[in-house]
Write a protein that binds this ligand. Structure first.
Ligand code: ADP
Ligand code: MG
Ligand code: MG
Length: 902
C-alpha cells in the first residue's frame, strides 16, 4: 500500500527537507522545523504522489488515501488534545497547498476548517471568547465558499463592510459576537440560495471537499500562468498540508506576521518583518489590513519577539540562506507556520551571498552558485524608483508592457525619428526613440536616445541587440502602441502621446509609463566586486575566458572596466555608419570603376586606423578580434522610404528643368539602390563574398588594422590583433581571403619595420563551415562561432522576421525557447561541437570562441565551457553575468568530477 500521508508533531516528523519533491516545499520544511524542535503546530502532509495518482485517474482519489487521512487525523487529535467535529473540544485545521517550488499565493488555502453550527459554540465556550469563535466561523465560511463552492468573495465581504459601517466600526475585531452570529446566518442563507445546498455541517465532508479543491487549485489560472512564466512543469502537482490551527486573532496578546531574515531589497543583515496584532495570517498575506513594523511585536510581547529573532537566526544558519518565514502568536506563545528561501532583488542576492560567506555560513563556491548570472547584470543597471513606479501604475499611467529587451530604466521626451533624436540630444534634451522597428541606419539616433521602444520585433531584433550593446534601455514588440510617424504621435488604449511628451521606460520589465518616473543607479558595490573576484579565481583555473563585443574605444574601455579579458568582436561596419563617414562609404559603394572606389577607400583608411588605434590602446596587453566588413552594401544606402522620396524629388526637378547637378546625384543614388537590391539580403552578397568580389575593401581594412597595430606597438602598447573573416562557407573562400589578408598585412609590417604578431581566422556561422571545419582550419588560425547567423541558417529562420511566428511556436511548445536568446544545444550546439572537434583535429591548439548574442546568456555559456571553447564574447553590460556563469560552469563541473573545492 502506497504511503500517501506523512505526519509531523510533538517534536518528531516522518518527513524532512530532503523530501521536497514528495511533500512540497511547505510540507517538507514544516517537518524539518518540527525535527529541529522549533514550535510548529502539529499536522500531516498528503504527498504530491497522491495528486499525481488522482490526476491520472481522472480526479478519482487513489485507494487508501482517505483511510490514511482519517488515521492521521486520529494521531493529530491525540497530539492536539482535541477532536475533529467535537462540540466540547473541537479540533480546527488549515488545509494548505504546497508545490515543490514556491508559487507564492498562486494556489488555495483554507483556514479554520472543522467549524460548524455546533463546534463554534464549543470553541466559544473553551476559549471563553464568543466574538473570536464567530469571527473564525465567518472567515471559514467565506474561504470555504469561495474556494470550494466557487462563490465570489464579495458576496460575503459586502455584508461585512455594510455591517461595520452601520455600527460605525473601523476594524473587524470590534464587531460584537451577536452581530457576527447574525452575519453567519446571512452567509448560510446566501450559500443555500446560490449553491442549492446548505453549507456542509459534517466536518469530514468539509475536509474531503477542501482537500479536493486545494488539489485542483494547481490548475487555477494564475497558477498556470505562473508555471508558464517560470517554467515549472505541469505534471508536478501540489502536496496538501493539514495542520492544527493556531489563532492570532485571540485578542491583544495574539497576532500574526511575516518576515525575512535579511532585507530582501538591499540584502542588509537585519530582520525585516511585519506584524499584525489580533489577526489571522491571511489578513497579512492577502494585504487586507496594513501590518505594522515588527517593533509592534517587541513592545507588546517581548518574549515572543526575542524567541522569533532566535528562531530566525537559527533557521538561516540551518538552511544556510536567507529565509522568508510566517509566524503566529497565540496568547503570547510563538508558532512558526512556514519557512522558505526568500525571494530577493538582484542587489540583495549579491550582498546576501557575499555576507553569508563572510559569516562562514557558506563557502566561496557556494556563494558563487547562489547568484543567478542575470542578477549581476541587473544589479548594475538603473531601475525605476519603486515607490514612484507603484504610484504611477496606481494612477493609471502604465501605457503598455512590451518585451524587456535591454535592461535599464530611462526617462525622456518621445521622438519618432532618429535624426530628430540626434538633433534634440545635441541641444541637451533627453529623448526616447519610439519606432515601429529600427534598422541599422537608426544607430546614431538610438545612441543619442536614453531608451528605445519598438512596437514590432522580438528580443533579438536589431533594436534589441544594438541597445544591449549600447547599454540603452530597450523595449521591443510593444504591440499595443499604434505609431503614426507622419503625425508624430502614438496611440495606446485611446490615449495619444505626441512628440515631446515625456515617457519613462524600463527595459528590464518592459514597462512604458506616461510621465517621468525617477530612476536609481544600480551600482558596482563592494560585494559585487568581491563576488566577481571569487568567480574569476574559479573560472581562470581551467575555465572560459570572457571577452567583449565592442566597436568603439569607449565601448572597449567600459568592457575593460567590467572585466573583459579582450575583445572578441569589433564590428567594423558600425564605424561606417558614423555621420562623418557615411557619405564617403556611399561614394565608395556607388563608384562604378576601381579608381574612384579606391580613392574613397583611401579616405576611409585613416579614419578606420584611428578607430583601431583607440581600441588597441584601451585594450593594451589583451587580444582584439576585428571582423572585416560583413553586411551587404545596400545597408549603407538610403532605405525604401528615402528611395521613394528621391524618385519624387528627381522627377520634380526634371519637370522644373532645374538643378541638373542634384538630378545627376539623385539619379546615381537611385541607380545604386536598384542595382544593389537583393531578394534575400540575409543570404546575399555579404561577408567574405564581398571581400572576394571587392578585394580592395578588405585590403583597406587589413591595412588600417596593421598600420594601427604597428603605430601603437611602437609606442609601447602590447597589441594582439586577430583579423576575422565573416561568413566563410568553403575552403576556397577561406584560402583566398586568408592569403589576401596576409599579403597586405605582411606588406605593412615590412613597410613600417615594426614587428607585430597577428592572426587571421574566421567566424563559423555558415553550417557548412562547421561541417568542413577540419579543412577551414588548414588556413584559419582561430574560430569564432557567430551563433546569430549560425542559428538563423541552421533553422532557416530569418532573424528579423521570427516575431511573426515564434511567439506561437513558444506557446505551442514547438520550440523550448527563443533560439536567438538561448542557444539551441540540440541542433546548433551539435554543429558547434562538431566544428570544434573537426577544427582541432587539424590544429589541436586552435583558439575558439563565441561572439553571438548567446555569449552573454548563462545556459549558453555553460555549453561553451562544456564543448571546450577558450572564451565567450558578449556585450560589455553582460560581462559580469558571463564571468559568473563561466565560473559556475567550472565549479559544477569540478563538483561533478568529485573535486573538493575547499
Ligand atoms: P500561501 O502559500 O498563499 O502563503 P499558506 O498556506 O501559507 O498560503 O497560508 C496562508 C496564511 O494562513 C499564512 O499567513 C499562514 O501563516 C496562515 N496559516 C496557515 N495555516 C495556519 C494555521 N494552522 N494556523 C494559523 N495560521 C495559518
Ligand atoms: Mg504562505
Ligand atoms: Mg554573422
Amino acid at each position: 500500500m502506497t504511503k500517501y500521508v506523512y505526519f509531523f508533531g510533538a517534536g518528531r516528523a516522518e518527513g524532512s527537507s530532503v523530501m521536497r519533491n514528495l511533500l512540497g516545499g511547505k510540507g517538507c520544511e514544516l517537518a524539518e522545523m518540527t525535527n529541529l524542535g522549533i514550535p510548529v503546530p502539529p499536522g500531516f502532509t498528503i504527498t504530491t504522489q497522491a495528486w499525481v495518482h488522482r490526476q491520472r485517474a481522472g480526479r478519482q482519489w487513489p485507494e487508501g488515501l482517505w483511510d490514511q487521512i482519517v488515521e492521521h487525523l486520529g494521531r493529530l487529535e491525540q497530539v492536539a488534545d482535541a477532536r475533529f467535529g467535537d462540540r466540547e473540544r473541537p479540533l480546527l485545521v488549515s488545509v494548505r497547498s504546497g508545490a515543490r517550488v514556491s508559487m507564492p499565493g498562486m494556489m488555495e488555502t483554507i483556514l479554520n476548517l472543522g467549524l460548524n453550527d455546533a463546534t463554534v459554540e464549543g470553541l466559544a465556550a473553551r476559549t471563553g471568547n464568543e466574538r473570536f469563535a464567530w469571527d473564525c466561523y465567518r472567515r471559514f465560511i467565506t474561504m470555504f465558499a469561495s474556494v470550494v463552492l466557487d462563490i465570489r468573495r464579495d458576496v460575503f465581504e459586502e455584508p461585512l463592510a455594510a455591517l461595520k459601517s452601520r455600527l460605525g466600526l473601523r476594524t473587524d475585531a470590534e464587531i460584537p459576537a451577536g452581530e457576527l452570529r447574525k452575519l453567519v446566518q446571512t452567509y448560510h442563507d446566501e450559500i443555500t440560495a446560490r449553491s442549492g445546498t446548505p453549507f456542509p455541517q459534517d466536518v469530514r465532508e468539509q475536509l474531503r471537499l477542501a482537500v479536493d479543491s486545494v488539489f485542483d487549485s494547481w490548475f487555477a489560472k494564475k497558477a498556470t500562468e505562473y508555471r508558464r512564466i517560470h517554467g515549472v512543469p505541469e505534471d508536478w502537482g501540489t502536496a496538501v498540508t493539514i495542520m492544527t490551527m493556531v489563532f492570532g486573532n485571540l485578542g491583544d496578546t495574539s497576532g500574526t506576521g511575516v518576515g525575512f531574515t535579511r532585507d530582501p531589497r538591499t540584502g542588509e543583515a537585519r530582520f525585516y518583518a511585519e506584524f499584525l496584532p489580533n489577526a489571522q495570517g491571511e489578513d497579512v498575506v492577502a494585504g487586507i489590513r496594513t501590518p505594522m513594523p515588527i517593533e509592534a511585536l517587541r513592545e507588546r510581547m517581548p518574549a515572543a519577539y526575542t524567541e522569533l529573532l532566535e528562531i530566525a537566526a537559527r533557521l538561516e544558519r540551518h538552511y544556510k540562506d536567507m529565509q522568508d518565514i510566517e509566524f503566529t502568536v497565540q496568547e503570547g506563545k510563538l508558532y512558526l507556520l512556514q519557512t522558505r528561501s526568500g525571494k530577493r532583488s538582484a542587489r540583495a542576492a549579491v550582498k546576501v551571498a557575499v555576507d553569508l560567506e563572510k559569516e562562514h555560513v557558506i563557502d566561496q563556491h557556494t556563494a558563487i552558485l547562489r547568484v543567478r548570472p542575470p542578477e549581476v547584470n541587473e544589479a548594475i543597471r538603473p531601475v525605476f524608483e519603486e515607490r514612484e513606479r507603484t504610484a504611477a501604475i496606481a494612477d493609471g499611467r502604465l501605457l503598455a508592457r512590451g518585451l524587456p529587451a535591454a535592461p535599464g530604466a530611462a526617462v525622456g521626451q518621445v521622438v519618432f525619428d532618429p535624426d530628430r533624436a540626434v538633433e534634440w540630444a545635441k541641444s541637451g534634451q533627453q529623448v526616447i526613440l519610439v519606432r515601429p522597428e529600427t534598422s541599422p541606419e537608426d544607430v546614431a539616433g538610438m545612441y543619442a536616445s536614453q531608451g528605445i521602444v519598438t512596437s514590432r520585433g522580438g528580443r533579438t531584433s536589431h533594436a534589441a541587440v544594438v541597445a544591449v550593446g549600447m547599454g540603452k534601455a530597450c523595449i521591443v514588440g510593444a504591440a499595443d502602441l499604434t505609431i503614426d510617424e507622419a503625425h508624430r504621435v502614438f496611440t495606446v488604449g485611446g490615449r495619444s502621446v505626441r512628440e515631446g511628451d515625456v515617457i519613462s521606460v524600463d527595459g528590464g520589465t518592459g514597462e512604458v509609463i506616461l510621465g517621468a518616473v525617477s530612476t536609481v543607479e544600480g551600482q558596482l558595490g563592494d560585494e559585487f566586486r568581491e563576488l566577481l573576484g571569487w568567480a574569476d579565481f574559479y573560472r581562470r583555473n581551467g575555465g572560459l575566458g570572457v571577452r567583449a563585443n565592442a566597436d568603439t574605444p569607449a565601448d572597449a574601455e567600459r568592457a575593460r572596466a567590467f572585466g573583459a579579458e579582450g575583445i572578441g568582436l569589433v564590428r567594423t561596419e558600425h564605424m561606417f555608419f558614423a555621420p562623418d563617414r557615411l557619405p564617403i562609404v556611399r561614394e565608395m559603394i556607388m563608384a562604378l570603376d576601381q579608381p574612384t572606389r579606391r580613392s574613397a577607400l583611401e579616405r576611409l583608411r585613416p579614419v578606420q586606423r584611428a578607430d583601431f588605434i583607440g581600441i588597441f590602446r584601451a585594450m593594451d596587453g589583451l587580444p582584439v578580434t576585428i571582423r572585416l566588413l560583413d553586411p551587404p552594401l545596400h545597408e549603407f544606402l538610403p532605405n525604401w522610404k528615402e528611395y521613394k522620396e528621391m524618385i519624387e524629388e528627381k522627377s520634380r526637378l526634371e519637370a522644373l528643368g532645374t538643378n541638373p547637378e542634384e538630378q545627376r546625384r539623385l539619379g546615381a543614388m537611385i541607380e545604386a539602390v536598384e542595382r544593389l537590391r537583393e531578394a534575400n539580403p540575409m543570404l546575399g552578397h555579404r561577408g567574405c563574398r564581398l571581400g572576394i568580389t571587392h578585394p580592395e575593401i578588405y585590403g583597406m581594412q587589413a591595412r588600417a588594422i596593421i598600420e594601427a597595430a604597428c603605430t601603437v606597438a611602437e609606442q609601447g602598447v602590447r597589441v594582439e590583433p586577430e583579423i576575422m573573416i565573416p561568413l566563410t562557407g568553403t575552403v576556397g573562400e577561406m584560402k583566398e581571403t586568408f592569403e589576401q589578408t596576409r599579403r597586405v598585412a605582411d606588406g605593412v609590417i615590412a613597410e613600417m619595420g615594426v614587428h607585430v604578431k597577428y592572426l587571421v581566422g574566421t567566424m563559423i556561422e555558415v553550417p557548412r563551415a562547421a561541417l568542413i571545419a577540419q579543412k577551414i582550419a588548414e588556413h584559419a588560425e582561430f574560430f569564432s562561432f557567430g551563433t546569430n547567423d549560425l542559428t538563423q541558417l541552421a533553422f532557416g529562420y530569418s532573424r528579423d522576421d521570427v516575431a511573426k511566428f515564434l511567439p506561437k511556436y513558444l506557446d505551442m511548445g514547438l520550440v523550448p525557447a527563443d533560439p536567438f536568446s538561448i542557444l539551441d544545444q540540440e541542433g546548433v550546439g551539435e554543429l558547434i561541437s562538431l566544428g570544434i572537434d573537426r577544427g582541432r583535429r587539424r590544429r589541436p591548439d586552435l583558439k575558439i570562441g563565441i561572439c553571438g548574442e548567446h555569449g552573454g546568456e548563462a545556459s549558453s555559456v555553460e555549453f561553451c565551457y562544456k564543448v571546450g571553447m577558450n572564451y565567450v564574447s558578449c556585450s560589455p553590460y553582460l560581462i559580469p553575468g558571463a564571468r559568473l556563469a563561466a565560473a559556475q560552469a567550472r565549479i559544477r563541473d569540478r563538483i561533478a568530477g568529485g573535486d573538493d573545492l575547499r
